[in-house]
Ligand binder design. Structure first.
Ligand code: GLU
Length: 309
């Protein structure tokens, strides 16, 4: 039994922060880091760090190191070694092969262009119309591999956003596990990683809420337990858009950690006292751990954070 399993076995939460190294951390990423960390630590649990560089073409050289430096400078302390998705291909392959052996996976020849007329799913991706699910059209070869999704509603109770349900088959359809470029899809990687690390509590931004029903289906198909979920509001700019590199959100790497952390606690409804920005980082974290309550997090998907837009 490893130490994560020991923590989980003792009923203590195991949380994680899983940034994609596509650029420097912005305020929204710090909010997810703070929320996931405190949810675990306030209950005496463990908090893990995973760099989600499975999508190598989207990874920016040097970004991961910058993220680790910024987290350390802000006083975040994670348990165990950092997990890098780029080093975990064998684990994804093993999970994929299990699904394939169970008849849950099929090869798909469709190109993006051929799917351009399909309906849009909630997250803006195309719903898969099922073209190749009963076999490849004559003369075509598999480009990507998809999970066969049975009809039916997936539901879960999110600690922040409340009850969520989705009929994945109707809304998304059979979704990609192994992409046409040979890389494993985020949905598979995240489910395998969280399960193998013994994560019990997934706390992340509400921009990922629409991925969760797909991840739950994958957990069931692979025989993994489903963790508890809490999707925090994402930070928005004045125009109501999610802060991101695309909206030119300010990086926080050079900002004063106490200021950013106090703003993140305020954003998460934790009502930090005024003096917290002048406290030491240790004192700030001690206050945050002692005061944390998920019940105070605003039950919204997006909350403006004009100072960081
Ligand atoms: N890597 C994802 C991101 O940076 C987070 C995935 C997750 O927390 O499940 O948006």
């Amino acid at each position: 039994m490893n130490s994560h399993e020991l923590a989980a076995g003792a009923g203590l939460p195991v949380g994680r922060f899983a940034p994609s190294p596509t650029g420097p951390l912005h305020f929204g990423s710090i909010v997810a880091a703070v929320g996931s960390c405190l949810a675990a630590r306030a209950a005496g649990g463990r908090w893990l760090l995973r760099i989600e560089d499975v999508d190598t073409p989207r990874s920016v050289p040097g970004a991961a190191d910058g993220i680790l430096r910024t987290l350390a400078r802000f006083g975040f302390e994670w348990d165990g070694p950092v997990v890098w998705q780029s080093a975990r291909t064998l684990a994804y392959e093993a999970a994929f092969e299990r699904l394939r052996a169970a008849g849950r996976v099929f090869g798909c020849a469709c190109t993006r262009k051929e799917m351009a007329d399909s309906a849009l799913a909630r997250d803006g991706t195309r719903r898969y119309p099922g073209t190749c699910r009963d076999g490849l059209p004559a003369g075509r070869e598999a480009r990507a591999w998809r999970l066969r999704v049975a009809p039916g509603v997936v539901s879960f109770d999110d600690a922040v956003q409340g009850p969520v349900e989705e009929d994945v088959a109707a809304d998304v359809g059979d979704f990609v596990l192994l992409r046409a470029d040979g890389l494993f899809a985020y949905q598979l990687a995240v489910v395998v990683d969280d399960a193998e690390a013994g994560v019990t509590d997934v706390v992340r931004g509400a921009d990922l809420l629409d991925s969760t029903p797909r991840q739950i289906l994958l957990q069931r198909a692979l025989g993994y337990p489903t963790p508890r979920y809490a999707h925090l509001p994402v930070a928005g700019n004045a125009a109501g858009e999610k802060l991101s590199k695309q909206t030119l959100a300010r990086a926080v790497e050079d900002a004063r950690p106490q200021q950013v952390l106090a703003d993140a606690l305020d954003f998460l409804g934790q009502a930090p006292p005024d003096g917290l920005v002048d406290a030491s980082l240790d004192a700030l974290w001690a206050w945050a751990r002692a005061s944390w309550s998920m019940d105070r997090v605003p039950r919204q998907r997006l909350v403006p954070a004009p100072r960081y837009g």
